[in-house]
Design a binder for this molecule. Structure first.
Ligand code: GAR
Length: 216
């Protein structure tokens, strides 16, 4: 059973999907702590309702990024965390922290990386006129929204979409994708080869993307 620490900053809907998955019998990972950098993050209530220990490491209480990251690291280590899942965690982590957790930290991002890194993803997808967008779970590297891709879901952009309707459709896909990606990693089925993720020895080209059809 892999011990997971989930990092959040807000609503925690991805956390909710991870909690639900990890409570299923036979799931190969358990969430041992949820850490928020914001004391009022609604996601903390999701954890509390599920009986999962929580911690707040408020970035405003630390003079430097490194001091904040050192405390975050200490909290995760004390809880026995083996794998971090960032789920809407909106702080940039220092290179030292990221390297200390190399290949042991996942992140979910609401685009088909490497396209649309950063913020305001759905606005930019709509401005660009993309017909397809999606979401990505990847191992974390020091550069923001970069790192070996574990799994992706493609999601269509449909006529009349606003950033909000698109975000909702992508979020629904995120909730399916993150538990699946966590399962693959926790079962030891992923290997990082040359900054690409191989699953169970399957060549990358043989890993079909997941696809969520348009809502009618
Ligand atoms: C999710 O859409 C997640 O992909 C995104 O923030 C949202 C958090 O929602 N993360 C990023 O943009 C990170 N670059 P949640 O708190 O309901 O899970």
């Amino acid at each position: 059973m892999m011990k997971v620490g989930v990092l959040i900053s807000g609503r925690g809907s991805n956390l909710r999907s991870l909690v639900a998955a990890t409570k299923e019998p036979g799931f190969p990972a358990a969430i041992v702590i949820v850490v928020s950098n914001k004391p009022d993050a609604p996601g903390l209530d999701v954890a509390r309702a599920a009986g999962i220990p929580t911690a707040v490491v408020n970035h405003k209480d630390y003079p430097t990024r490194e001091a904040f990251d050192a405390e975050l690291d200490a909290v995760l280590c004390r809880a026995g965390v083996e794998l971090i899942c960032s789920a809407g965690f909106m702080r940039i982590l220092s290179e030292g922290f990221v390297e200390a957790w190399r290949d042991r930290q996942l992140n979910i991002h609401p685009s088909l990386l490497p396209a649309f890194k950063g913020l305001h993803v759905h606005e930019r997808v709509l401005e660009t006129g993309c017909r397809i967008t999606g979401c990505t779970v990847h191992f974390v590297r020091p550069a923001m929204d970069e790192g070996p891709i574990v799994a992706q879901v493609a999601v269509p952009v449909v006529p009349g979409d606003t950033p909000e309707t698109l975000a909702d459709r992508v979020l629904e896909a995120e909730h399916k994708l993150y538990p699946l990606a966590l399962r693959l990693v926790a079962e030891g089925r992923t290997r990082i080869v040359g900054e690409r993720v191989e699953i169970d020895g399957l060549p990358l080209e043989a890993q079909a993307p997941l696809f969520v059809p348009p809502v009618s």
